[in-house]
Design a protein around this ligand. Structure first.
Ligand SMILES: Nc1ncnc2c1ncn2[C@@H]1O[C@H](COP(=O)(O)OP(=O)(O)OP(=O)(O)O)[C@@H](O)[C@H]1O
Ligand SMILES: [Mg+2]
Length: 625
């Protein structure tokens, strides 16, 4: 008997749905794109329980005539392309005629639609992919599609969905991108009956950015409006004040379609070179217009990627548009880079690797060092206070004297006085330490502390060492009663994105334990009432954003997440390569390091010190053999 059978239509659709409908946000994507293609000027999206329970999309577009309703839910049925040639000049967002069939095969769908030539509308239910029961229904011109119980008949898929809040975040992210890519459409986005945002649809992109990202972003935008041989690039990029710790604020649209593309990302980020700190990313909202014949949109099942006919040319044109925009607005050293094809490939592949490392903290901040060197000329600092040594340091500790001189690193004007004193590690008994007593020789290169013990010479990386100290201190405090905090005299208001704020509020107790007491400040803002004790990094917004990114990326592994979060906190607050230290500060660092559980590496395994024994040195100088 033959073993090979042709599958029935419903099963084929279910299999195909796997590619199109991965999660509730895929449904929102397909429905909103259909609404945009239908010429709608107003689109309302309502979701319940992260879209898992219900997604409803209402538009005022052209509607579907009665006889086409069943066809709309058939696979490979579309009104958007007719011939093979059309495939090479696609101007609509949809073209495969697959979305509705795929959605209907994994959920329960209801459609109400009316065209402007009809006097009333129609309502239909779609069950198991088949349109049943089309009835007359009073309705305005346009289409409303309601999708319920996604994956009710594919439990394996349901299991792979994340939490409702997480699924909602994916949808919010997507909705922001539609609002940004189509400022001429009024979007209303409601989740669990709560209005998340509303855009006017007056075509003003800058106003949409204000609605989604707030005033601070709005005030730091640089306009891009540039035409080259093959592309036109329009929109806004952030100035250097808007540098971000991840790529969440990068929106690229190619002919209205939301796209991720490494060539363009690499071109934009290359144009920013030297303007942003290491491992920071620019904000951008850019629309790239290109003749559809020069691109292939049919390369990815969810249409999220495209292929350009000439990648090198696109790179050069995008790079030059962004560079011009930045040069007009910001000071950039004018060394023009003439990118050769090899350079471009390098830039793209390094963007690719850094895509993977977005949330990795790179702690070595050379740019900082150079700034200091410029200011201070000398890069070798010897100790001129010979009277200060480890014994005086011990004395200071016993007398409770302020050791860490924060005066040049933090101004306490915004911090209530009771809390301004640094809390130092208890000076434990000498038997607990893993390192010998040391004498500080001086600071080298504003990066390393040179010390000596009875038999060795040490170079200690000041940043790595401080990171280790803070990491252990924060870890202990966190596990005890929470990280010690200090109260800000005036609360500090931070504007976040919608999703970031959601995550902060959901994890408000965790932030509290980390030393950040936070309250909802309305809109997309939060207010910060406390910070961890002696927090010298005053860029609170950046710190909160980075903590949010950590929470986001380690959602599934709480333990690992806490570790990473505490590490981030330590890294953000540690003295940097390039910070000038005085003798007391150096002793304080060394002494605290000596009593760490693991003084030899930073929390990520980089060494904190290099040791040269005097015997080794003598061998090197051939004094002994
Ligand atoms: N909101 C809507 N308003 C008007 N017509 C619609 C709407 N949604 C769907 N249609 C019609 O139903 C057809 C099928 O939609 P479907 O999303 O399945 O395919 P598509 O958009 O043509 O291609 P793709 O699979 O790439 O999305 C569309 O071609 C369009 O004619
Ligand atoms: Mg479609």
């Amino acid at each position: 008997m033959s073993e090979i059978k042709v599958l029935d239509e419903n099963l084929i659709n279910k299999i195909a749905a796997g590619e199109v409908v991965e999660r509730p946000s895929s449904i929102v994507k397909e429905l909103v794109e259909n609404s945009i293609d239908s010429g709608a000027t107003e689109i309302v999206v309502e979701i319940e329980k992260g879209g898992i329970q219900e997604v409803k999309v209402i538009d005022n577009g052209k509607g579907i005539i009665k006889e086409d309703i069943p066809k709309a839910f058939l696979r490979h049925a579309t009104s958007k392309i007719k011939t093979e040639n059309d495939l090479f000049r696609i101007t609509s967002l949809g073209f495969r005629g697959e979305a509705l069939a795929s959605i209907a095969s994994v959920s329960e769908v209801e459609i109400i639609t009316r065209t402007k030539t009809d006097d009333w509308g129609y309502k239909a239910i779609v069950e198991n992919g088949n349109v049943i029961n089309i009835v007359d229904q009073g309705a305005p011109v346009g289409t409303t599609i309601t999708v319920k119980n996604i994956f009710y008949n594919v439990p394996a898929r349901l299991k792979f969905l994340k939490s409702e809040t997480r699924e909602q975040m994916y949808i919010t992210d997507l909705m922001e991108n539609y609002a940004l890519s189509h400022p001429q459409i009024a979007f209303k986005y409601i989740a669990n009956k709560k209005l998340i945002f509303l855009t006017k649809g007056d075509g003003n992109l800058k106003n949409v950015i204000y609605t989604l990202y707030g005033k601070n972003t709005y005030e730091n935008l640089i306009e891009v409006n540039c035409s080259k041989e093959t592309i036109t690039l329009k929109g806004f990029v952030g100035n250097s004040k808007l540098e971000k710790s991840n790529r969440n604020y990068q929106s690229l649209f190619v002919n209205g379609r939301i796209i991720k593309n490494k060539t363009i990302t690499a071109a934009i980020e290359s144009a920013y070179k030297s303007m942003l700190s290491i491992n920071k990313f620019p904000l951008y909202v850019l629309q790239l217009l290109i003749n559809p014949e020069f691109i292939d949109v049919n390369v990815h099942p969810t249409k999220a990627e495209i292929k350009f006919e000439d990648e090198q040319k696109i790179f050069k044109e995008v790079y030059s548009c962004i560079k011009d925009a930045l040069i007009n607005k910001e000071y950039i050293p004018t060394v023009e880079i003439n990118y050769s094809p090899g350079d471009i490939n390098n830039a793209i592949s390094s963007t690719q690797t850094s895509f993977l490392n977005d949330n990795e903290n790179k702690t070595f901040e050379v740019s900082n060092l150079y700034k200091t060197i410029e200011k201070n000329q000398s890069i070798f600092e010897t100790v001129n206070d010979n009277n200060y040594n480890v014994n005086t340091y011990k004395q200071d500790i016993e007398n409770n004297t302020n050791i860490f001189d924060y005066s040049n690193k933090i101004s306490f004007e915004n911090v209530s006085d009771n809390f301004s004193k640094p809390i130092l590690n208890k000076y434990d008994s000498e038997s607990n330490n893993l390192l010998p007593k040391m004498t500080v020789i001086g600071q080298i290169h504003f990066m390393y502390i040179a010390t000596e013990s009875i038999d060795s010479f040490y170079l200690i990386d000041q940043h790595a060492a401080h990171e280790r100290i803070l990491y252990e201190k924060y870890f202990n405090e966190f596990n005890d009663t929470g990280i010690n905090k200090q109260i800000l005299l005036t609360p500090y208001i931070i504007e976040l994105s919608i999703n970031e704020k959601d995550l902060v509020l959901q994890n408000i107790h965790l932030f509290n334990d980390l030393g950040f007491e936070i309250e909802d400040f309305g809109g997309t803002s939060i207010s910060l009432r406390t910070i961890p004790n002696n927090f010298i990094n005053k860029n609170y917004k950046e710190v909160i954003e980075e903590l949010v990114a950590n929470i986001q990326s380690y959602e599934n592994d709480r333990l690992k997440s806490i570790d990473k979060i505490i590490y981030t906190l330590a890294c953000k607050n540690a003295i940097k390569a390039g910070d000038k230290l005085n003798i007391k500060e150096m002793y304080s660092l060394i002494e605290q390091l000596r009593f760490c559980n693991n003084p030899f590496t930073c929390p990520h395994g980089r060494p904190t010190m290099i040791k040269f024994s005097y015997v080794d040195l003598e061998k090197k100088f051939k004094r002994i053999m």
